[in-house]
Design a protein around this ligand. Structure first.
Ligand code: FEO
Length: 168
């Protein structure tokens, strides 16, 4: 049985994962409005992944005899600025999520909840990948530019992103 403290913290994290989905979906809509179809596609897949993250926590709570209590989700911004600013905001957000995952891991250790620690290890690894993939895009934009041919080619490459394999 999961402790109430950890249960509450995971319920809070479900909210942040769903907010992440909300934010990426809002970014996707903003990119769609500017005909950045690759960015739009990339952000939409990112939103789907965030819903899967929320469901991992949701299922874990139910499996452990915890109570899922969904929280209110904040409204995301409507506009996000330039393509580079969108990616920089994504990176900043993922760094924030990483700090939350680390905090959850520390709490699972303090509560001596080994199943939660094992479940959270997947998220620790996932956050490394999330930050690295977005940072790569940010660095590419800074190196090759953020308009004209460079933006066109990046948008085309982002369009090629496929859905991530979801591990069992
Ligand atoms: Fe669920 Fe992008 O972290």
């Amino acid at each position: 049985m999961i402790s109430e403290k950890l249960q509450d913290a995971i319920n809070e994290q479900i909210k942040y994962e769903l907010y992440s989905a909300y934010m990426y979906l809002a970014m996707s809509a903003d990119c769609s409005d500017r005909n950045l179809t690759g960015f739009e596609h990339w952000m939409r897949l990112q939103a789907q992944e965030e819903i899967e993250h929320a469901m991992r926590f949701y299922d874990f709570l139910l499996e452990r005899g915890g109570r899922v209590e969904l929280q209110a989700i904040d409204k995301p911004p409507f506009e996000f600025g330039s393509p580079l600013e969108i990616m920089e905001q994504s990176l900043e957000h993922e760094r924030f999520v990483t700090s939350r995952i680390n905090g959850l891991y520390d709490l699972a250790q303090a509560e001596q909840d080994r199943p939660a620690q094992i479940m959270l290890q997947w998220f620790v690894t996932e956050q490394v990948e999330e930050e690295a993939s977005i940072d790569e895009i940010v660095q590419r934009m800074k190196m090759f530019g953020t308009d004209g041919a460079a933006l066109f080619m990046l948008d085309r490459d982002l369009e090629a992103r496929g859905p991530e394999e979801v591990e069992a």
